[in-house]
Design a protein around this ligand. Structure first.
Ligand code: CMX
Length: 141
């Protein structure tokens, strides 16, 4: 079951400059920013919380990563919406059975010690949807 919005992913070219800008906008202190490299996804992230929603800035680590392709094709902006699920494996199976196109057949390791898996934007009206589940709440299989 999908239980709520976990975070909004925003693709950026320059992580430092965009972080400075968004930190000013939302009044975020450097200590409240989580930084992480997710090599498997080819991204470096900076994330922070506004109210109860996490904002995740994503900058590409390599030129062939999905975020680099996105920036080249569409420019900076909202890259994905991530929704929390209490059982990511089951939710993936259910969404596939309902006709949604899976990017990931199996959950993968993402930032913040989460299992993550994507649904293709072609099957969700142009919005890249991520499902996520904390690794502490199950092994993703
Ligand atoms: N949102 C909406 N549409 C998107 C998109 C996005 N984030 N990324 C790509 N698209 C669209 C493209 O614009 C293109 O549309 P058109 O055919 O109309 O031009 C279409 O999807 C295909 O795009 P593509 O550039 O040819 O890219 P691919 O098919 O090779 O890959 C996708 C698209 C979604 C499968 C790939 O980006 C992917 O696997 N994404 C999931 C992984 C990911 O994004 N990781 C980074 C974040 C990691 C994290 O959060 O930790």
């Amino acid at each position: 079951m999908i239980t709520g919005l976990d975070h909004v992913g925003i693709a950026v070219r320059d992580l430092e400059r965009s972080l400075e800008r968004f930190a000013k906008l939302f009044g975020i202190s450097p200590a409240a920013v989580h930084r992480e490299r997710v090599e498997s996804q080819g991204v470096e992230i900076a994330s922070f919380t506004v109210g109860n929603i996490r904002i995740e800035l994503l900058a590409p680590l390599t030129e062939d990563s999905p975020v680099a392709k996105f920036l080249a094709k569409r420019g900076e902006g909202i890259h994905h919406l991530s929704f929390a699920t209490d059982d990511i494996q089951r939710t993936l199976q259910q969404k596939a059975a309902e006709g949604f196109q899976l990017v990931d057949q199996q959950p993968r390791q993402g930032a913040h010690q989460m299992w993550i898996a994507f649904l293709h934007p072609k099957s969700t009206h142009g919005v890249l949807i991520e499902l996520c589940q904390p690794q502490s709440k199950g092994n993703g299989s």
